[in-house]
Write a protein that binds this ligand. Structure first.
Ligand code: XMP
Length: 305
């Protein structure tokens, strides 16, 4: 495990040395990795760091306001409302890797504009050890590795948590005094809810996935999952009131893992599963069914696309 007492000052010093008197930029995602990287970098260079949060419209419930609150102390924080541009770019795109590519490209466009505006020479990233391993292995195109460094002609890339596992990043977050909700927040994929709706990304599907993810995170908190989520996986027939409806099928998933590279589906008691089902179908008229995913990783992945 990382010794946070030595890690933090060393990381801050390393950032100071690397960036010198220049400006830097970081893309905040709302997750713990980029939050920690930003907090370390801000400690090192203050407002010469511009943290950029792009609201893609693919974020979890309450994520944008959480960011605003947590990083309120950074005067240089920029929040970009890009929801409409992302939805437009994703219109008609159904292939999972193409979806990731479109999101990555749109993200780069948004970020590039902000980085140029901030006159940034350095890019700070919250890349952690498992991200590097999976990307090098070509398992999935994580858009937070590769991509960004190539767009703006940065002088250098700074990755202060590159050798840490997720649980170590959480330790550092607590050490830095980041709010518990940030330190404990479940991992969330860069492409956001787009990989939790199968097929084309539409506002309706996103709304269902966002609400269902929120219910699942709330109801499964006591199980302390590595990650608990819900995905819109298709349509099926159901009965609402006196009518047969063709509604969304929502799949609920809860896994234990250390680093996301392998994972075990959690055993959840029937009563909790039923409560989740009843909230998701009851609070959302367009959902006809809720299923529970019992597949480990491998053979499945944690996310759906
Ligand atoms: P999978 O679905 O590949 O996910 O089993 C493993 C872990 O990585 C997260 N994930 C991503 N994180 N960008 C990210 O930053 C991505 O494109 C991405 N795809 C998956 C996923 O949520 C899980 O924690």
């Amino acid at each position: 495990m990382v010794d946070t007492h030595t890690f933090v000052p060393e990381a801050v010093e390393e950032i100071e040395n690397e960036v010198g008197d220049a400006n830097a930029v970081i893309a905040l995602s709302g997750g713990v990795d980029s939050s920690v990287a930003a907090a370390l970098a801000y400690e090192a260079i203050g407002d010469r760091l511009t943290p950029v949060y792009v609201d893609t419209g693919l974020m979890r419930k309450g994520e944008t306001s959480q960011i605003r609150e947590t990083f309120d102390y950074m005067e240089s924080l920029r929040i970009v409302d890009a929801k409409d541009r992302f939805l437009e770019a994703l219109s008609g795109v159904t292939d999972p890797e193409e979806k990731r590519a479109v999101i990555g490209e749109q993200f780069i466009r948004e970020f590039e504009r902000e980085a140029t505006d901030a006159d940034a020479d350095y890019l700070v990233q919250g890349t952690i050890y498992p991200d590097r391993i999976e990307s090098e292995g070509g398992i999935k195109s994580h858009h937070n590795v590769g991509g960004l460094p190539d767009v703006v002609d940065f002088e250098g890339i700074v990755e202060p948590v590159r050798d840490l596992y997720k649980d170590e990043v959480r330790d550092v977050a607590r050490h830095l005094g980041l709010e518990e909700v940030v330190a404990e927040r479940m991992p969330f994929p860069g492409p956001g809810l787009a990989v939790r709706v199968i097929g084309e990304v539409t506002e309706e599907k996103l709304e269902v996935a966002r609400h269902a993810c929120h219910v699942v995170e709330e109801e499964l908190e006591e199980y302390e999952p590595w990650q608990a989520l819900a995905a819109v996986i298709g349509k099926a027939t159901g009965v609402k009131g006196d009518n047969r409806v063709h509604g969304w099928v929502v799949s609920v998933r809860s896994v234990e893992s250390r680093d996301g590279m392998t994972a075990r589906a959690q055993e959840i008691d029937w009563e909790t599963l039923q409560r989740i089902q009843s909230r998701i179908t009851g609070e959302n008229d367009t959902v006809a069914r809720v299923v529970y995913d019992v597949t480990h990783k491998p053979p499945a992945t944690i996310e759906y696309e």
